[in-house]
Design a protein around this ligand. Structure first.
Ligand SMILES: C[S@@+](CC[C@H](N)C(=O)[O-])C[C@H]1O[C@@H](n2cnc3c(N)ncnc32)[C@H](O)[C@@H]1O
Length: 198
């Protein structure tokens, strides 16, 4: 299947990787949950790219409006709403950097493990530790090298419709060391004293 083509409903529903996303409406357009369209502010995308400095072959698997791509010249991309389903991407890449769809994060991460050596996802950080199965899957892939903590979702910095602490989580293939926690904001302590919602 060509990852650049719009999926037919039958093809999408047969897809083994994406159990929840992998469906399409009658016109063959991939269905994306509205909650999954949470766009990253460009300064945050820029800070994440500058922090991790991805190199080699780079993929944004769900580019949205292209916030990350703007700072990753020459990177490949997918975006369900433009007919490029990430679950159809099978070419190995050195880095994946993006803000993934949260409602299918576990599936999305598992597919990422099959194609990338380094994965940086901006997510509500608690999602990284969602389930025992996820911990097993991460351990099998390698480990989490860094959590680059950005702020709480509803902060002026992010403007997301969620309150959880959000950060860029770096999954690294074959990594067995500890996890470093870093903060984006030079003013991190002041931010944490604000009310952060849920
Ligand atoms: C949280 S938004 C983030 C968009 C962009 N990465 C950003 O940071 O602004 C997640 C994006 O994933 C897209 N998406 C959902 N499922 C997808 C899939 N299977 N393949 C490619 N894109 C997908 C959605 O359409 C949405 O644009």
């Amino acid at each position: 299947m060509n990852h650049h083509s719009t999926l037919s409903a039958q093809e999408a529903n047969q897809h083994p990787a994406g159990s929840r996303f992998a469906c399409a409406d009658l016109f063959g357009v991939p269905i994306v949950e509205q909650d999954d369209i949470v766009l990253t502010p460009e300064p945050v995308a820029q800070a994440i790219v500058e922090r991790f400095k991805p190199s080699g072959r780079i993929l944004d698997p769900c580019k949205g409006d292209g916030a990350f791509l703007k700072f990753m010249a020459g990177a490949d991309w997918c975006e369900a709403r433009e007919g490029r389903n990430f679950y159809d991407w099978t070419t190995p890449v050195d880095w994946i950097v993006s803000n993934p769809p949260y409602s299918i994060f576990s599936d999305f991460l598992r597919h990422s493990f099959t194609v990338a050596d380094n994965i940086v996802y901006l997510i509500p950080v608690n999602k990284a530790f969602n389930s025992y199965q996820m911990m097993l899957d991460v351990a099998e892939f390698g480990g989490i090298e860094t959590i680059f903590t950005i702020g709480y979702g509803r902060s002026p910095l992010l403007g997301f419709p969620i309150g959880f602490c959000c950060g860029a989580v770096h999954y690294k293939k074959g990594y067995t060391g500890g996890t470093k926690i870093e903060f984006y904001s030079p003013n991190a302590k002041a931010l944490s004293s604000e009310r952060s919602g849920d």
